[in-house]
Design a protein around this ligand. Structure first.
Ligand code: ADP
Ligand code: MG
Length: 204
C-alpha cells in the first residue's frame, strides 16, 4: 500500500562529488549548480570553511573572482548543526578537505535524511597523495565529477598542483604535512601551480 507522502519519512537523498586539484574549476562548477538549484526554488545551504580568507568570509570565490554567498564554518560540528537546523534540499560544501575525516559521518547523515549533498574539494595534496576525506566520498557517491586543471608548463591536463619553491629541497615550509589544515594551503596563483603528471615535481 502506498504511504501517505505527508506522513512518510523523507526518502534518502544523494551524494554528488566535485573533485580535482587547484585551479580545476571545482568552485565554478559548485556555483553553477547552486545557481541552478536556486532558480528551481530548491532550499539551499552553501557552506565554506572559515579558513578560506580569499575574499569576504561569507562567500565562495573562484580564481576568476566570481562569488556566491556562503555560510562560513570552522569545523565539522558547527557544519552539522547548521545543516540540521532546517530540512534543506541541497547542502553544498566548498573546500571540503579542510573539514577532515569528521565530515564523513555528517554528510552521510544529511544524505540519509533526504538531502542532496554536493561535496567539493581537493582530492590530491600538493605532494601528490590522496587528500581525505574526498577519496572516501568519491568511493560512495552517486556521481563524481573529476576535474583537471591546465598544466602551466605544457598545457596538458593537470591532475596535480604544487607549491612554488625549489622542488626536491626540504625547506622548513615543505616539511609541513601536505594535509595540514592551515591557511597556507588556500593560496591562489601566487603559491601554487597546476601540473600534469610529467611536469609535477613533488617537494620531497
Ligand atoms: P578551483 O576551485 O578548482 O581551485 P576555480 O573554480 O576557483 O578552481 O577556478 C577555475 C578558474 O581558474 C578557471 O576557469 C580559469 O579561469 C582559472 N585558472 C587559472 N589558472 C588555471 C590553470 N592552470 N588551469 C585551469 N584554470 C585556471
Ligand atoms: Mg575552489
Amino acid at each position: 500500500m502506498p504511504m501517505n507522502p505527508s506522513t512518510s519519512p523523507r526518502s534518502a537523498g544523494r551524494l554528488d562529488v566535485i573533485a580535482g586539484p587547484m585551479f580545476s574549476g571545482k568552485s565554478e562548477e559548485l556555483m553553477r549548480r547552486v545557481r541552478r538549484a536556486k532558480i528551481a526554488g530548491v532550499s539551499v545551504l552553501v557552506l565554506s570553511h572559515s579558513l578560506d580568507t580569499r575574499s569576504e568570509l561569507s562567500a565562495i570565490t573562484s580564481h576568476t573572482g566570481v562569488n556566491i554567498p556562503a555560510v562560513p564554518v570552522g569545523d565539522g560540528e558547527t557544519l552539522a548543526k547548521m545543516a540540521r537546523a532546517e530540512d534543506y534540499d541541497l547542502v553544498a560544501i566548498d573546500e571540503a578537505q579542510f573539514f577532515g575525516p569528521d565530515l564523513v559521518p555528517t554528510v552521510f547523515e544529511l544524505v540519509d535524511r533526504g538531502a542532496t549533498v554536493i561535496v567539493e574539494g581537493l582530492c590530491v595534496t600538493f605532494e601528490g597523495g590522496p587528500f581525505e576525506p574526498m577519496p572516501t566520498f568519491m568511493a560512495v557517491a552517486e556521481d563524481v565529477l573529476k576535474l583537471t586543471a591546465v598544466c602551466t608548463i605544457c598545457g596538458r591536463d593537470a591532475v596535480f598542483h604544487q607549491r612554488l619553491g625549489v622542488p626536491g629541497r626540504a625547506t622548513e615550509e615543505s616539511q609541513s604535512r601536505a594535509t595540514d589544515i592551515d591557511a597556507s594551503h588556500i593560496g591562489g596563483a601566487e603559491s601554487y601551480v597546476a601540473r600534469c603528471r610529467e611536469h609535477f615535481a613533488p617537494p620531497h
